[in-house]
Design a protein around this ligand. Structure first.
Ligand code: 2AM
Ligand code: CA
Ligand code: CA
Ligand code: CA
Length: 263
């Protein structure tokens, strides 16, 4: 099979798997969830997060044996480096929303090769919006190509701030909020990043995002001209948690100045 066919096959498979996962998630709405606490009372995992992750891993093993998988719920591999092809999976992004609202949660899948993002998918399940991007080939929402973002400044747009940052670093969050047109909170790093990529927001900042919160969104964001870094401006490390900032080039500079002069 040639490279182009392989590329199309991989993309089609990933999207099919995501739609299958969405069905599984929606079919759980009528059932009682098995909910467990992770690091704190707002950090939860359900039997559905686990089932979706296991389903992805089974399919990747079947179709792409030998490729390594990093999954939030721990059913994948352990990582000391990002050599070779690495799948990065967040089975439900916005688990708290899934549990409490049955709304505003996403399925996220990314494929990296030697640490470089090749393909990213964020599926907003309840809005039926598949945000996707392939390195160098632009980003899409469903079949529609997303235009390059307008390089708006902080005062010209809305910003999303993670609730962890709002509560832990209230001063910093307020500073950024005040300098913008306003603050919007959703509670799904994936959906918030997708909204920055589609131009609804000019930036998103979060206190501490894991690799699976970042991986797909970073590829999509960079394809439309956004800058995705740690909050101090240095590169994202996909083997660790990162204080994260994704924004238009101008807003990115402004937010870094604000965050780093306050301290
Ligand atoms: P999750 O739902 O997949 O855990 C909530 O503001 C956003 O932050 C969600 O995208 C959530 O992803 C992510 N997040 C990262 N670390 C978290 C944590 N320790 N507790 C809750 N949400 C976390
Ligand atoms: Ca989680
Ligand atoms: Ca997540
Ligand atoms: Ca998750």
């Amino acid at each position: 099979m040639n490279v182009l066919n392989q590329f199309i096959e991989r993309t089609q498979l990933i999207q099919e798997w995501i739609y299958d996962a969405a069905k599984l998630i929606k079919s759980s709405f009528e059932e009682n969830l098995d909910i467990q606490q992770k690091s704190n009372r707002n950090d939860l995992v359900t039997n559905i997060d686990k089932a979706v992750e296991k389903q992805f891993i089974e399919k990747i093993h079947q179709f792409f044996p030998g490729e390594r998988i990093m999954g939030e719920e721990g059913f994948g591999d352990e990582f000391q480096n990002l050599d070779g092809i690495v799948w990065i999976i967040d089975p439900i992004d916005g688990t708290l929303n899934f549990i409490k609202q049955q709304y505003d949660f996403a399925i996220m899948v990314a494929v990296y090769e030697d640490g470089i993002g090749q393909a990213g998918f964020i599926y907003d399940v309840m809005q039926d919006k598949m945000y996707s991007a392939h390195k160098g080939k632009g980003a899409y929402c469903n079949k529609k190509k997303l235009p390059p973002v307008k390089d708006l400044s902080l005062k010209e747009g809305l910003v999303a701030i993670s609730s962890a940052l709002m509560s832990k670093e209230e001063g910093l969050a307020r500073l950024v909020g005040r300098a913008s047109s306003g603050v919007r909170l959703i509670g799904s790093a994936g959906i918030e990043t997708a909204h920055v990529a589609s131009g609804q927001l000019i930036g998103y900042i979060a206190a501490s995002l894991a690799p699976w919160d970042i991986a797909a969104g970073k590829i999509i964001a960079e394809e439309v001209g956004l800058i995705y870094t740690k909050m101090n401006g240095s590169s994202i490390d996909l083997l660790q948690k990162n204080p994260s900032l994704v924004a238009t080039p101008t807003a990115h500079k402004e937010i870094i100045m604000l965050l780093n002069t306050k301290k």
